[in-house]
Ligand binder design. Structure first.
Ligand code: IDP
Ligand code: MG
Length: 148
C-alpha cells in the first residue's frame, strides 16, 4: 500500500487542531502507521523544505515550522499521496476547496496548518527525516475489509 508523510505544523498544534486533523485522516480510511510529536531543528526543517531553498519566503518558513512542536505522521492507504494532498487542500487556504483542512481552518499561506509530501519520491525522503524504519508499524485496521 502507498505511503505518504503528513505533518501538523506549529499553528495546527498550538491552535488545538491535532485531534480534528487526525480524525479526518482516520475517518477517510487512511491508516496512521507512525506518529510523533517533536520540535523540529532548523536542520530538519531545511531538509524538509530543501526544494524551496533560495526563495523569498524560505527563512520565514523555517522560523515558522521550528517555532513550536509539530506532529509528524506516516500515512498508508490507496493512493495515499494524492488522497492526503486533497484532504489538506491547496497551499493558500483561500484557494483551497471548502472541506479541506487548509480552507476550513486557515486564513493565509504563511500559516496553513499542515504539510504533506507532494509525490511518492518526496514522501520516502521526508519520512526518513523523521522516522527510523522500526518506528513504522505494520498492523491491520479492524475495518480494512470494509474499506477495500
Ligand atoms: P505545499 O505546502 O502545499 O506543498 P509549497 O509550495 O511546497 O506548498 O510551499 C511549502 C510551504 O511554504 C507552504 O506550505 C507554506 O507554509 C510556505 N509558503 C509557500 N509559499 C509561501 C509564500 O508565498 N509566503 C509565505 N509562505 C509560503
Ligand atoms: Mg510542497
Amino acid at each position: 500500500m502507498e505511503r505518504t508523510f503528513l505533518m501538523i505544523k506549529p499553528d495546527g498544534v498550538v491552535r488545538g487542531l491535532i485531534g480534528e486533523i487526525i480524525s479526518r485522516i482516520e475517518k477517510k480510511g487512511l491508516k496512521i502507521v507512525a506518529i510523533k510529536m517533536l520540535k523540529m531543528t532548523r536542520d530538519m526543517a531545511e531538509k524538509l523544505y530543501e526544494q524551496h531553498k533560495g526563495k523569498s519566503f524560505f527563512n520565514e518558513l523555517i522560523d515558522y515550522v521550528t517555532s513550536a512542536p509539530v506532529v509528524a505522521m506516516v500515512i498508508e492507504g490507496r493512493e495515499a499521496v494524492n488522497v492526503v494532498r486533497k484532504i489538506i487542500g491547496k497551499t493558500d487556504p483561500i484557494e483551497a476547496e471548502p472541506g479541506s483542512i487548509r480552507f476550513d481552518f486557515g486564513m493565509t499561506i504563511g500559516k496553513n496548518i499542515v504539510h504533506a509530501a507532494d509525490s511518492k519520491e518526496r514522501a520516502e525522503k521526508e519520512i526518513k527525516i523523521f522516522f527510523k524504519d522500526e518506528e513504522i508499524l505494520d498492523y491491520k485496521r479492524a475495518d480494512e475489509n470494509w474499506l477495500y
